[in-house]
Design a binder for this molecule. Sequence first.
Ligand code: NDP
Length: 233
Amino acid sequence: MKTVLITGASRGIGEACARIFGEKGWKVYLNCRNNVQMLEELQKDIPESVVLPFDVSDKKAVHHTLNDLHIDCLVNNAGISLFSPFDAVTDEQENALYGTNLFGVLNCSRAVLPGMIRRKSGCIINISSMWGETGGSCEVDYSAAKGAVIAFTKALAKEVGPSDIRVNCVCPGVIDTDMNAHLSVADVNALVEEIPLERLGRAEDVAEAVYFLASEKASYITGAVLDVNGGII
Ligand code: NDP
């Protein structure tokens, strides 16, 4: 049975990914930092699943938890958003933002890669963002971290390709999850007007793309950046 670790699986895109991998018969390691109860609820719906709470930004905790695990696929999904003018961002906000969205990706990848390299097989799928491609006003640190995740994907894909490990990236547009729950109806309507497919994305839209990249059907795809954004950029 193949195994997948999904960070940030307690809700939103991560939860949707967990459900799809579970339906396809994978053993699913479910991670989040805070809402462990939500993972335990999700675990009831996925027969082969294990709850693994840790903070992806905590390198020691990541390595301690993942060291001995056999992970065939890592989905680096955990993330937080930050909407603020660049010069008003506090040190604490900056540390949390890069710690989760960038260093979390590096920490989890470093922890699972030795096993993948030993077995000469595996795949990593990173969840970036359209803002990592275009840059977003008042989301400068978020855009910078997500842009770095794209560059990380491309570079690591080149480095570990000879070990038969694929590394790809998905860039969602505006997805209807808790991350966007603060938007007013007027904000949502204004966004939808800019989206050629005339709707927000669903967590499942992103999860299907992630599953495709993990599957054998994508066996010749690595270093790719797959937009799932309704055509907004
Ligand atoms: P949600 O806010 O719905 O979920 C975020 C998940 O990440 C939760 O499970 C949360 O768990 C987890 N998480 C946050 N910080 C940590 C941490 N330090 N360690 C472990 N887990 C953590 O977000 P989405 O589902 O919308 O977003 C998922 C990914 O997609 C993120 O990387 C986001 O940046 C990206 N994205 C989202 C878009 C959108 O429009 N929604 C657009 C583009 C990209 P808990 O709080 O329970 O610990």
